[in-house]
Write a protein that binds this ligand. Structure first.
Ligand code: XMP
Ligand code: MG
Length: 188
């Protein structure tokens, strides 16, 4: 087993752990069992949204007991500041033609939901046999659009979080847990 960054290594940068490594692992095993059951007898394509969903994709895929294919998209939200605007640009499209395929979008986090809602209508227009969403984290209080999410890991408060794929200025993606950062990290 590898060592991984721990809470002590984070020093004063870490404010608190919101979802532990153990809780993430247990939840992904649960979700994988649901997905295995729901897609039994069907070929499933899981689509990860770069870069945040890398960890969820890797661990969820290994918890599945059926063979799946994996593809990736990279999108960027246009608009002022760090808030999502819902205007989305594709930086990397799928390599796969999803017409007639059963597609499951795998996300790290749903905040306002604007990016995902755009992605759902974009992929939906390509004629998949089915299109569903799995997200590790969701911030219900931040939702600006209603999205039908079939598989949700954890509902979390409306706070900026890092770890397990999520970054602040490209840092902290490799933390095995999800947590919040101390104000001084943001220059506060
Ligand atoms: P929307 O608002 O469109 O945004 O649902 C989704 C994308 O915004 C990023 N995001 C975060 N990244 N910590 C992060 O590191 C957060 O708390 C956070 N909230 C949103 C993320 O890329 C997500 O896909
Ligand atoms: Mg992201």
């Amino acid at each position: 087993m590898y060592r991984a960054v721990n809470e002590i290594d984070m020093g004063t940068d870490l404010e608190k752990v919101l979802v532990s490594k153990e809780d993430i692992e247990a939840k992904l095993v649960e979700l994988a069992a649901e997905i295995d059951r729901d897609y039994a007898g069907r070929d499933l394509l899981i689509v990860g949204v770069l870069k945040g969903a890398v960890m969820v994709m890797a661990d969820l895929a290994r918890a599945l007991s059926s063979n799946v294919t994996m593809d990736w998209m990279a999108v960027s939200s246009y608009g002022a500041g760090t808030k999502s605007s819902g205007v989305v640009r594709i930086l990397k499209d799928l390599d796969t033609d999803i017409a007639g395929r059963h597609v499951l979008i795998v996300e790290d986090i749903i905040d306002s939901g604007l990016t995902l809602s755009w992605l759902i209508s974009n992929l939906g227009s390509r004629g998949p046999a089915s299109l569903e969403v799995c997200t590790l984290l969701r911030k219900p209080e931040a939702a600006k659009v209603e999205i039908d999410v079939k598989y949700t890991g954890f509902d979390i408060p409306n706070e900026f979080v890092v770890g397990y794929g999520l970054d602040y200025a490209e840092k902290y993606r490799n933390l095995p847990f999800v947590g919040t950062l101390a104000p001084h990290v943001y220059g506060g």
